[in-house]
Design a binder for this molecule. Structure first.
Ligand code: FUL
Length: 640
């Protein structure tokens, strides 16, 4: 049968291609859309879902101190990019297919990238543009020029502010929100970081301040403040916000990852999976960095995620219906390094080529049930996100078939639900007919914003069938699209820099609190040293004996990157040096603040440097409740 005659038959309802001809819907239902099911998104959440992927930019004092978390006592004079270009960064993000930028206007160290009069700890007192610069403004303008959305991150935790932990700080913080929400045009997102409280400079007090975040910040009042000035900005993270954390910083959403959630502060696992039928529409944002750290570190130039890794990242975040926020950290020039821009370009080019042509265009769609002409099967093919195929109320598990024009080879299937009516599909399956009957190629739970199914290899299937296999109500499917992946070109990563670390060959392990301590030093953040701990305050130690005396400048500890149910990273550290293994002197001690939430590497510089033959690391207490301590990697830095 020619494709024309076949299509004519299908269109006239005479052919039964895997499903029967659509049964007529009762007349009353023909015009009425289905009632919404469960929680539904607000207009700003709907707009946010359609952004899909955007950039994070971590740029601040830490860029110049090689730290991840500044203590808050750094001089503003350190902020001195030599060749800052917001345009270069924004253009690279755009080339990477990212649709917006969220900039760290203030990170935990309290340094403000805009010329605020609310504090002296800001860009006014830095050499940048002779003290007349405004980094937030330059990013905002570069985004507007490039047609990208703009958003801001404002750390609630402020290790610089003298009043942190007291009511006066909340007043200050609210004034910061107002400045940022009123000076820089429309914002699409406002990021409230979960990392809160701990040790810091605090105006010179140098102490530990703990807060009860929910009571201290009164988040609903913060969200209301943002929305008073920026009604379309999605707030991120604490309970009650518009978008939730996905529960890890590796860029991996759960499968499934429901956009609905329970109405309580979630565990990391709950944030990762979401909750089918949860009462809140609180979709996940998947956050990760293109490099191991959130801030730029020259020694991570060789560890940039390559374009193939970014494709996998997309598969594990956007393809599961979450939004991806990919961090791009500028270097000390105030630009993205060449390798990051090359990776972004390769990834963006490949994604643009992949999604340029919807191979389902020209297919004929027919379903075993249709609600009426406004909700006909063909609506999944019309490219209109506001139209959808639906069935009469009583039909919950229908099937829809696409009769695909011949010669179309595809390996990506994208399915979208019409979100204003809630998450309607619980489980689904996809079958293909390549000429020898139906074969199931995918099944899963949750479609929601989108579900992108990647096939192992391209296929030329004559027919594709979506089966709704479990649903409490009739479906509302707005799209079924087909694509063929264009693989990204490879990008050569720079060679690792001459290590400024002490190699494991320079020491032997003199003692440790548990077996398998080698996992700490295997340069693989995928493996962890796990030690059972009897109580949350117990110390775990490792003693290293050097072949020759060493002068140590600090260390880098990488927490386990996996979502863990019964293990947690350490809360504090103490490092001591010895020449004889008997008498010890302190090299440094402190806390890994909020390490439970922020799993990026912890770079610790020692206050004192001595030549030593032994070093003893004590990791004290757990960052959250668990029965094991887990650490993925430990590197010893030489004194500079
Ligand atoms: C975490 C912070 O502690 C990190 O430094 C980074 O900003 C990340 C996005 O959020 O909680």
């Amino acid at each position: 049968m020619s494709s024309l005659s076949r299509r004519t038959l299908l269109a006239s309802g005479l052919a039964t291609a895997g499903v029967g001809a659509a049964r007529a819907a009762p007349r009353a239902a023909a015009d009425a859309p289905p009632a919404a099911y469960g929680a539904t998104p607000s207009p700003r959440q709907l707009a946010w879902h359609r952004r899909e992927q955007y950039a994070f930019v971590h740029f601040s004092i830490n860029t110049f101190t090689d730290r991840e978390w500044g203590y808050g006592d750094e001089s503003p004079a350190l902020f001195d990019p030599t060749d800052f270009s917001a345009e270069q960064i924004v253009d690279a993000a755009k080339a990477g297919g990212l649709r917006g930028i969220v900039l760290t206007a203030k990170h935990h160290d309290g340094f403000c990238l805009w010329p605020t009069m609310l504090t002296e700890h800001c860009v006014r007192n830095s050499p940048f543009r002779g003290g007349k610069g405004d980094v937030v403004r330059e990013f905002e303008q570069a985004c507007r020029r490039a047609g990208l959305a703009f958003g801001l991150y404002l750390s609630p935790w402020d290790r610089n502010h003298a009043d942190y932990g007291r009511p006066a700080y909340i007043d200050y913080y609210r004034k910061q929100i107002v400045e940022l929400c009123t000076r820089y045009g429309r914002l699409f997102e406002f990021w409230f970081d979960g990392a809160n409280g701990g040790d810091g400079y605090y105006g010179g007090a140098r102490e530990t301040r703990t807060i009860d975040a929910a009571a201290y910040y009164d988040w609903p009042s913060m969200f209301a403040l943002v929305h008073r000035y920026q009604p379309l900005a999605c707030t991120f993270e604490p309970l009650g916000s518009d978008a939730r954390w996905v529960g890890n910083e590796d860029g991996v959403a759960g499968d499934p990852c429901w956009p609905t959630m329970p109405d309580h502060k979630p565990s990391q696992a709950e944030g990762n999976a979401g909750l089918r039928d949860g009462p809140l529409w609180w979709p996940a944002e998947t956050n990760t960095s293109i490099r191991p750290g959130w801030f730029y570190h020259a020694d991570e130039d060789a560890k940039v995620k390559d374009p193939q890794r970014l494709v996998r990242l997309h598969d594990e975040s956007v393809a599961r219906g979450t939004n991806l926020i990919l961090n791009l950290p500028p270097d000390r020039r105030g630009r993205l390094a060449d390798v990051d821009t090359a990776v972004l370009r390769a990834f963006g080019d490949a994604q643009r080529a992949t999604y340029a042509v919807d191979l389902a265009k020209g297919a004929i769609a027919h379903a075993d049930h249709e609600r009426g002409v406004r909700f006909a099967a063909a609506k999944v093919l019309d490219g209109d996100p506001d139209s959808y195929w639906s069935t009469p109320d009583g039909v919950h598990t229908p099937q829809i078939v696409l009769d695909v024009p011949p010669g179309r080879s595809f390996d990506i299937i994208r399915i979208r639900e019409y979100l204003p009516l809630g998450v309607r599909v619980t489980r689904f399956a996809v079958d293909l007919d390549t000429g020898s009957g139906w074969r199931e190629v995918a099944s899963g739970a949750c479609i929601a914003a989108q579900r992108i199914v990647r096939l192992a290899a391209p296929v030329q299937a004559r027919r594709l069938r979506l089966r709704i296999t479990d649903a409490p109500v009739c479906p509302a499917i707005s799209e079924i699209a087909l694509f063929r992946q264009t693989a990204p070109v490879a990008v050569a990563l720079p060679r690792p820099r001459a290590p400024d670390t002490v190699p494991p060959s320079a020491w032997s392990i003199a003692s440790s609190s548990g077996p398998d301590v080698e996992a700490l030093f295997d340069d693989d953040v995928g493996t962890s040293w796990r030690v059972p701990v009897a109580d949350r305050s117990m110390a775990v130690t490792v003693v290293l004996k050097f072949d020759h005396r060493q002068r140590l400048g600090g260390f880098v500890l990488t927490p386990s990157r996996a979502v863990m149910t019964d293990a947690a990273p350490p809360r504090r550290y103490r490092v001591e040096a010895s020449v004889d293994g008997e008498t010890w002197s302190d090299l440094g001690a402190g806390e890994f603040s909020n390490i439970a939430n922020a799993l990026s590497p912890q770079r610790i510089a020692f206050e004192t440097v001595t030549s030593c033959a032994y070093v003893r690391f004590s990791f004290i207490g757990l960052a959250s409740s668990a029965h094991h301590m887990a650490i993925a990697d430990l590197k010893l830095l030489r004194a500079g």
